[in-house]
Design a protein around this ligand. Structure first.
Ligand SMILES: [Zn+2]
Length: 481
């Protein structure tokens, strides 16, 4: 902070789970659409209806808890969090309360902010609840409520106190790593702009070395990684200024205005006792046997971190390459799928992060929206490996695949682009080029080594780049020697 203060940041992250149906009814989940078209008596909270928990949602939370190194209790119950607000038709939200009751508790996530030592961020709990509806304020000044989102399975992941995160950079890195892990686990689509992943950090500052923490404010409406970082930076600065002026920081929830880059007060924060939590009498306790937990643990997919380490260790990729290939789920899956077709990892990596990335960049396309599939890349790399095509031709057929979706081996066959390695042909071509270029040939013979490049280039030109350059050079040296 540089001003005699230190910040502490707790992270509360809400994740909409990627189930097909809602948490306690069979209404479909989804984003957008006409208001109140994905509702039923259960998620509208009609009297007399009974909830039936979504097993898939529970399993997703167990998976996440284990991936975050949490304990999973043998019994876990749902609670009612009571409050009155129109976004909640029942008058309570089904959630989970308590220190060791949530599906996951007391875990950690390792973060590695750029240029810093790795750090473990302790996780206090991972619990399951239901999402609320959305208030809609119309241009005419009226208000309505859309219950399409009400009852969507929502996972909450909360960091522990005292906070491990001490600045905005770390907070952002935590969120980046957490989201990536959740995408690897396949439990959410992670779209912050659609609210599938919502981050509400709580922030406090205190004089350096002070024994007690300052008063926290909670920040809402952060719709991107950038907003999370900017919002926390702003809030830290605002609190320090208040303390400098001798004012108290109020415990409150504040909103982030993305266009003015300023936070504003929304409401003073409720305390837990206001919610009058109690175990939901309509829902039986969940039981997790040791066998169930072990089975889920064994089935956990490889984490981004583990994959990064494996790429470096087993495939011999650099930190940079391993980072590029694992830090975005699409790239990670694309690479893994092409690799599974048995091609050289380093070559594959080079063609992916090189020419493929460049073409995507230039066209502004994401890899999933392009015509390229893992099979295109595997096909290409296989031909390079076997010497069937050289890298100049490889570039051309990759561009063709990008444009038309044509399989590289098809393009090579139909356009006759296969590399010429036929010895007889190469011997003839080399002899011809030497005969037609007596001057350069004589220069090479008298020791001007670099002229070989020109002579090989003549053969490549005559064969439209299809001759095997290594063979041409070898033959050239033999005939000139
Ligand atoms: Zn419903």
């Amino acid at each position: 902070m540089g001003s005699g203060y230190e910040a502490s940041v707790g992270m509360e992250v809400h994740v909409e789970l990627a189930t097909k149906t809602k948490m306690f009814c069979r209404c479909p989940t989804g984003f957008g659409g006409e208001p109140n078209t994905r509702v039923c008596p259960v998620c509208l909270g009609h009297p007399g209806t009974l909830p039936v928990p979504n097993r898939e949602a529970v399993e997703m939370v167990v998976k996440t808890a284990l991936a975050l190194n949490c304990q999973v209790p043998t019994d876990s119950v749902f609670h009612r969090k009571n409050y009155f607000y129109p976004d909640l038709p029942k008058g309570y939200q089904v959630s989970q309360y308590g220190e060791t009751n949530p599906i996951g508790y007391h875990g950690w996530l390792e973060i590695r902010p750029k240029g810093r030592e790795p750090k473990r961020v302790k996780i206090r709990r991972v619990h399951l609840e239901e999402d609320t509806g959305k208030l809609i304020h119309t241009a005419e000044g009226g208000s309505g409520v859309d219950y399409n989102r009400a009852g969507v399975p929502l996972m909450e992941i909360v960091t522990d106190f005292p906070p491990d995160i001490t600045d905005p950079e770390e907070a952002k890195e935590y969120l980046v790593q957490l989201r990536l892990l959740l995408l690897y686990l396949g439990v959410t689509d992670g779209k912050m702009e659609e609210g599938s992943l919502r981050c509400e950090p709580n922030i406090s500052v205190r004089p350096l070395g002070a024994a007690t923490y300052g008063t926290k404010t909670e920040l809402k409406n952060l719709n991107s990684f950038k907003s999370v970082q900017l919002g926390i930076e702003y809030e830290v600065g605002r609190q320090i200024q208040a303390l400098e002026r001798g004012e108290a920081v109020l415990q409150e929830t504040r909103g982030w205005n993305e266009s003015t880059l300023i936070s504003y007060p929304m409401r003073t924060k409720e305390t837990e006792s206001d919610y009058r939590y109690f175990a939901c009498p309509d829902l039986a306790p969940m039981r997790f046997t040791a066998e169930t937990v072990e089975r889920v643990r064994e089935d956990l997919p490889e984490s981004p971190r583990a994959r990064f380490d494996r790429y470096r260790r087993d495939l011999g990729l650099s930190d940079y390459d391993a980072g590029v290939l694992t830090s975005e789920i699409e790239w990670a899956e694309f690479f893994e799928s092409a690799l599974g077709q048995g091609v050289d990892p380093k070559l594959l990596c080079n063609w992916l992060t090189g020419d493929t990335a460049r073409m995507l960049n230039e066209s502004g396309l994401a890899i999933r929206d392009s015509q390229l599939t893992p099979s295109h890349l595997a096909d290409l790399v296989r031909m390079i490996e076997s010497g069937e095509i050289n890298s100049k031709v490889a570039k051309e057929v990759l561009e063709e695949a990008f444009k038309s979706g044509a399989m590289p081996s098809e393009t090579v066959r139909s356009q006759g682009l296969a590399q010429i390695s036929d010895d007889g042909f190469i011997v003839e071509e080399v002899a011809r080029v030497i005969a037609e270029n007596p001057g350069p040939s004589e220069q090479f013979r008298s020791g001007k080594e670099q002229v070989i490049g020109f002579l090989v280039g003549q053969v490549m030109k005559a064969t439209q780049g299809r001759a095997n350059p290594a063979k041409v050079q070898e033959e050239m040296r033999r005939q000139l020697g």
